[in-house]
Design a protein around this ligand. Structure first.
Ligand code: KG4
Ligand code: ZN
Length: 347
């Protein structure tokens, strides 16, 4: 039984927001397939994700992605030992597509169903890359919908010690990029600006930087960027997303991102110190930023802290991290049943 559980094969689904992702994992770390279809293009003409369209799209593509994942893993359904799915938090209509498919599969295959918290799963990108988690550890999760500091003592044993009281860092970055005429998602273009231009040309606010709280706030920075944009004389005539536009906005976006980075670094290392933690992990879509990664690497070296940082493709939403967390639950026999529900909120 022990041997079987150590090499168990899980099929995991993630339809939390606007990406449809399916992964197959052997044991806790061996990715046999990890396929993600992003809907950003689908939503571009609407300037953001339209929930109803997102769930329809998940429904259209999920079976094809499952078939593709099985093919890539060279397996059929009989080789699957358990089904994993993220059942919260996210867009309810999107979550329900993944959950319903997961339940149908678990019922048909007569195998365990394991529901996981999508944001709890983000740090498991580091287990896939670096090996077993080293507890106790402080996780910074910087995603489109959440900015969280999590103090973890063991698997499934964690406490959220800081969170954004308004916009998530990724959300702020996406909105500011959009404000400056860049297409969604904004993270990659802001990161490019931050790699190409110095971040000290403008001095934008760093919300809650020197406050005692471990919480974040990013809406004030977003508003400051809007005011700056309104005040700035340059009425640009360059077209949407043209290289000229980055030449013009580059220094502004680089300085803006420096504010975000300073806040994330300062708050994370402060919390690590307050809780006496020497291990830090970073994960979530915004962690795909090269500039953010360099900043965390430099500060960790300076402070003598052990840093766990995943590769970009495991930072953004993916079912491999979801299945990795589920593999740990499988081993602990933490199963769900067909009454498992989906929830929009984290708690
Ligand atoms: O984790 P994620 O894929 O979805 C959520 O769970 O929300 O995070 C999405 C966020 C968006 O804000 C997006 O702009 C950002 O991740 N992002 C990036 C990059 N790729 C995606 N930010 C910086 N650099 C990237 N390469
Ligand atoms: Zn996510």
């Amino acid at each position: 039984v022990l041997f079987r559980s150590m090499s168990a094969i899980g099929l995991g689904l993630d339809t939390t927001f606007d990406d449809t992702s399916v992964a197959i994992l052997r044991g806790k770390r061996e990715i046999l397939s990890n396929l993600t279809l992003s809907q950003y293009k689908e939503h571009e003409e609407f300037g953001g994700v339209v929930p109803e369209r997102a769930s329809r799209k998940h429904l259209e593509v999920i079976h094809h992605i499952i078939a593709g994942a099985l093919k890539e893993a060279d397996l059929d359904f009989s080789g699957i030992d358990y089904i994993a799915v993220s059942n919260y938090p996210g867009l309810l209509g999107s979550l329900l597509v993944g959950l319903t498919v997961a339940k149908s599969l678990a019922y048909t295959l007569q195998c365990p169903l394991i529901g996981v918290n999508h944001v709890e799963a983000h740090p498991y990108a580091n287990v896939l890359k670096h090996g077993e988690m080293q507890f106790p550890i402080l996780h910074l999760v910087v995603a489109g919908g959440h900015t969280l500091l999590i103090h973890a003592r063991g698997h499934f044993d964690y406490k959220i010690i800081g969170r954004s009281v308004d916009d998530a860092a990724g959300e702020c970055v996406d909105k500011v990029a959009k404000m400056f005429g860049h297409s969604m998602p904004g993270g990659p273009v802001v990161d490019r600006a931050a790699m190409e231009f110095p971040g000290d040309e403008y001095d934008f606010p760093r919300p809650l930087l020197h406050k005692k709280t471990h919480n974040f706030s990013f809406s004030g920075l977003k508003t400051a960027m809007l005011r700056f944009k309104e005040k700035s004389q340059s009425t640009s005539s360059s077209s949407f997303d043209s290289p000229d536009r980055l030449q013009e906005d580059g220094p502004v976006l680089a300085s803006f991102f420096q504010s975000v980075i300073d806040v994330l670094i300062h708050k994370t290392f402060n919390a690590a110190e307050a809780y006496g933690l020497n291990n830090i992990s970073v994960s979530g879509g915004l962690a795909a930023s090269r500039k953010l990664r360099l900043a965390f690497e430099a500060e960790s070296a300076r402070k003598g802290v052990k840093l766990f940082y995943p590769p970009p493709n495991l930072c953004t939403d993916n079912a491999a991290m979801v299945t990795c967390l589920a593999a740990h639950r499988y081993e602990a026999e933490l199963f769900d049943d067909l009454t498992l529900d989906a929830f929009a909120n984290l708690n």
